[in-house]
Write a protein that binds this ligand. Structure first.
Ligand SMILES: CC(C)(COP(=O)(O)OP(=O)(O)OC[C@H]1O[C@@H](n2cnc3c(N)ncnc32)[C@H](O)[C@@H]1OP(=O)(O)O)[C@@H](O)C(=O)NCCC(=O)NCCS
Length: 490
């Protein structure tokens, strides 16, 4: 029999559907709109109450057990682990999850390089809304950002939680099962990120207008400042982990300076992570990480599309409309709420206007092309389909679908600000996923900024999983050779 160091019940795999509330002082929590983020200091007492309350409600602990006190002590665990919280827009704590790095006092089974998930708990009054899933998915994103894999322990009785873990890509690791105090059997599950497309496939779907290869083999994309993706330096194709030294930086900076653009480096893997030697060297040279990007993937695009459509607003919902997803391929019949989806091999002017409107202030560098012309030329660098959502003839949403071998990339999703939260984004993504499959794609990826909570949530709810992460380090305009250069904002 194996006994873990602290021998507790490590993870409350709470059911995701309503559980009767038995003598638990919770309930009555408003659960309209909510979000997940790091717990704030002033929330920690409520986090403890929700954690202990959820375990008590499920009969996983007794009120006077030592472990119940441990569950209640969110303040204590926040000192050595990260505590995530799901909070309603009104500020009520709906659920929580603790992220314990290997080697820390809260890690029970984590090995080097693993992040251990512990004490998942959702207030019984807030169940059935995907709170637990959002908490776990956020933890997976954190793990990918940090280059870690994930581990957790659970009880046989937690069937709903097992379904959740399975859906998110966890797999049982029976050789790591263990026994806690009182001989309680704990099952270990692990998660490793799914295979991502990698920088080369990503680049095929979004090639820069011009690429200059430096003597060291770094490829500097130059596209009039329009999008970081097409205006950044990428490591050599045959040596993606190539070290970044002063000579490489000199070469890259010269290319950007000659183009009148700030230096932007795409840093994959450990190179971009805070704390590493590269990060220190870049900071000393005036660079700062401006954006962290997650690569999300699905190897079941049709399921993701079905999930998207299944969550369409019900007839008579917020917008008083029905559901439907139109015909993304040929501008087919309209749908009950008047949203019409169509696809073309080139972006129309309205398509470009909406996409560029989201990137207000971005490029061009002033070197030549107008912004719209630069955008059109940039986009036409790879074959793609441009989906447009129209309502009453007005363009209200856009999306680009670009094939690359067995992959397809979704990009440029924008919904007009006045049209958000009515299902347009979901329906565009559903149409894009189906279009990708019709075109022969087996897997679909997209890139999303780690800070873009709305988009991450949209994609996450469709089952897209974090596979990879990279950062853009940028030397602010006004520094050495970057002086006076326009910032790249997208
Ligand atoms: C992200 C974006 C495309 C979403 O479009 P949308 O039409 O509002 O999305 P939907 O109405 O289909 O929302 C679907 C789900 O996404 C999530 N979501 C969307 N907006 C959200 C927000 N502001 N906060 C939290 N979740 C949000 C929700 O889970 C939502 O489902 P719900 O309304 O049932 O809770 C839109 O906010 C947008 O254009 N943002 C600016 C451009 C951008 O960030 N694009 C993504 C680039 S990767």
């Amino acid at each position: 029999m194996v006994t873990g160091p602290s021998g507790g019940v490590p993870l409350g795999g709470v059911p995701l559907v309503g559980v009767p509330l038995v003598g638990v002082p919770l309930g009555g929590v408003p659960v309209g709109r909510w979000s997940v983020g790091p717990a704030r200091e002033e929330e920690l007492d409520a986090v403890g109450t929700v954690t202990a309350g959820a375990y008590l409600a499920d009969g996983l602990v007794d009120a006077d057990a030592w472990y119940t006190d441990e569950l209640r002590d969110a303040r204590g665990r926040a000192a050595s682990a990260r505590v995530l919280v799901a909070r309603s827009d009104e500020g009520a704590v709906l659920g929580t999850l603790t992220l314990a790095p290997a080697g820390g006092p809260l890690a029970e089974v984590a090995r080097a390089g693993e992040l251990e998930l512990r004490m998942l708990a959702v207030d019984p009054a807030a169940r059935g809304r995907g709170v637990a899933e959002e908490l776990v998915r956020t933890a997976l994103e954190r793990a990918v950002l940090e280059g870690r894999t994930v581990v957790l322990s659970t009880l046989d009785a937690m069937a709903s939680a097992h379904r959740l873990y399975g859906r998110l890509g966890f797999r049982p690791a029976p050789d790591r099962d263990w026994h806690g105090s009182g001989g309680i059997a704990l099952r270990t599950w692990t998660w490793t990120p799914p295979q991502g497309p990698g920088p080369e496939v990503e680049r095929v779907t979004w090639p820069p207008l011009r690429t200059v290869t430096t003597p060291s083999g770094w490829r500097v994309g130059l596209s009039e400042g329009l999008t970081r993706r097409a205006n950044s330096a990428l490591a050599p194709q045959d040596d993606p982990a190539a070290a970044l030294g002063p000579q490489v930086l000199d070469e890259v900076e010269d290319v950007f300076a000659a183009a009148g653009l700030p230096s932007v480096l795409r840093l994959d893997g450990a190179a971009g992570r805070p704390g590493g030697a590269t990060a220190g060297m870049l900071r000393a040279r005036g660079y700062a990480v401006r954006v962290t990007t997650l690569v999300l993937v699905t190897d079941d695009p049709l399921r993701a599309a079905a999930l998207a459509v299944g969550r369409d607003p019900a007839p008579g919902g917020e917008d008083g409309s029905g559901s439907g997803d139109g015909d993304a391929d040929g501008g087919g019949p309209g749908v009950p709420d008047g949203l019409d989806l169509s696809g073309r091999p080139e972006p129309e002017d309205d398509w470009l206007d909406l996409w560029l409107g989201e990137k207000a202030g971005v490029g061009t560098s002033g070197a030549g092309l107008s912004r719209a012309a630069a955008a059109r030329t940039l986009l036409s660098g790879a074959p793609a389909t441009y989906l447009t959502a129209r309502r009453a003839g007005r363009t209200v949403g856009v999306l680009r679908v670009a094939p690359a071998g067995s992959w397809a990339a979704l990009a440029c999703l924008v919904v007009a600000p006045g049209e958000r939260r009515r299902g347009t984004g979901r329906r565009l993504v559903a149409a894009g996923l189906r279009h990708a499959v019709d075109g022969g794609a087996e897997r679909v990826f997209l890139q999303v900024e780690a800070e873009n909570h709305a988009a991450r949530r949209l994609y996450g709810r469709l089952g897209l999983r974090p596979a990879d992460a990279y950062r853009y380090a940028e030397r602010p305009a006004g520094d050495r050779r970057g002086r006076g250069a326009p910032a790249i904002l997208a």
